[in-house]
Design a protein around this ligand. Sequence first.
Ligand code: TEU
Ligand code: CA
Length: 539
Amino acid sequence: MEKKWWHNSVVYQIYPRSFKDSNGDGIGDLKGITEKLNYLKELGIDVIWLCPVYASPNKDNGYDISDYYDIMDCFGSMADFDELLEEAHQIGIKIIMDLVVNHVSDQHKWFVESKDNKNSPYRDYFVWQKGPVNDLESTFSGSAWEEYPEGSNDYYLHLFTKEQPDLNWNSKAMREEIYKMMNFWLDKGIDGFRMDVIDLIGKVPEKKITENGPRMHEFIQEMHEKTLKGRDVLTVGETWGATPDIGLEFSAEYRKELSMIFQFEHLSVDQQLGKTRWDLKDLEYEDLTKVLTKWQLAFQNEGWNSLFWDNHDSPRIVSRWGNDTTYRVESGKMFAILLHMMKGTPYIYQGEEIGMTNIHVDSIEEVDDVQSKNLYFDRIAKGYSHDELMEAINKKGRDNARTPMQWDESRYSGFSVSQPWLPVNPNYEKINVKESVEDKNSIFYTYQELIKLRKTNDLVVYGDFEAIETRNKAVYCYKRNWKNESWLVICNLSGVAQNTLLNEISAEKIIMSNYNKKEIPNSFVKLEPYEAMVVKLMK
Ligand code: TEU
Ligand code: CA
């Protein structure tokens, strides 16, 4: 496999609205990110993935773009962006932008023209159909079709909110506009793209095909040819519908598509609403671990994995499958070790490195996220109970990850000097960056160490992955083998002590332990709650 810079990189995801507010309006902004670059440098990350900062009416917090060539007012200006990019580059941090091209905002000039003028060249940029339309549903509840104007029997497609009309990728003119825009940003010097719901662009709505449509790979290859080719960039496609085979098609080098994808199979094991199996123990652990193993083995020789637990759409991992009270630190470190020792490019979502937790809400009025709100009102009308919907929102709602970054113990957690757009998690006085950096035993230093290990050991980057049988479902264990070196990773996924018997382990030394263990384990391993260990094996 040809070496790439993004093979040994660690990416840090920033949700700008909640990262750092520099001007006291309660909303995070670009200057705020520039102010905090040194913190990211100290953590050791190589790349920032910046969630959308383009002009947007914010029906879906920037995932509804009204102008791809402009910066959202509340985030700052293009000059602020250029300054951020330059300062980041100066200290060796790259920046990838969010590319949202499955849909635009209904305020985008293309859609404004398209909706009011059937003869406009922009009409074909969107997916218009005569009624009656089929029962295709929006990811954000309700029909994916909206009639416009009312009574006209003309409908446009929106796989997300009705203010996010879907682009028609069958339009060559539309595709050329997208490539032009991508080249504008690439020419500016950005280091790649995270591609929002990119596996939807081949949709065939009349056949109710959304993910993995027939022309999807054709479009991605064309995009590669017209924008990415010859540029040494990182591209990661968000693909909820990917299987390992599809992942290979996207990421194998000879395909000339993307560097890697985000697959979601591991985060979908507790998916359905109404299912009460939220906890990992109720999922019997192997629901998760067999998925992790499957994706590791799939890209052993070709293709590349991305590794992540958290993002702006998902609950916080310590709250979701760890323990965010008694064992917050231990479970936070265990999930970090489990993930960062695997093969692929790890992504850290802001606040994950200090073990930020989910937030609790009692009523729908406290919720900001459009997905949670639409779901609530849609399901209440269908007879679901308030309690069960609030439970689902507290467990899986997107606000959990979107509360302001907790920088210190001051009012509004050092995020802002005034009331933030979304409340700060009340635990900020205990859980914050300042406290984490002062405490040598914090989760922060586990992440820092994991990043260092990746930088200094090819084994972590390129070593083969080998799953190891533990005879105990709560214990996940794998080996990484590189040249004549092997490391063993042992993780207790549960909140109770576990024993496990491992074949033929003769360890040479402990590389990492979230319990600061010094004693080298033998084949009979006793593990504390959420204990994780990395050991180097004897040759
Ligand atoms: O997410 C894609 C997506 O399908 C999610 O909405 C997902 O179903 C849900 O969040 C899981 O809880 C991407 C972006 O990451 C998301 O923030 C956007 O809202 C969405 O696309 C539309 O652009
Ligand atoms: Ca601000």
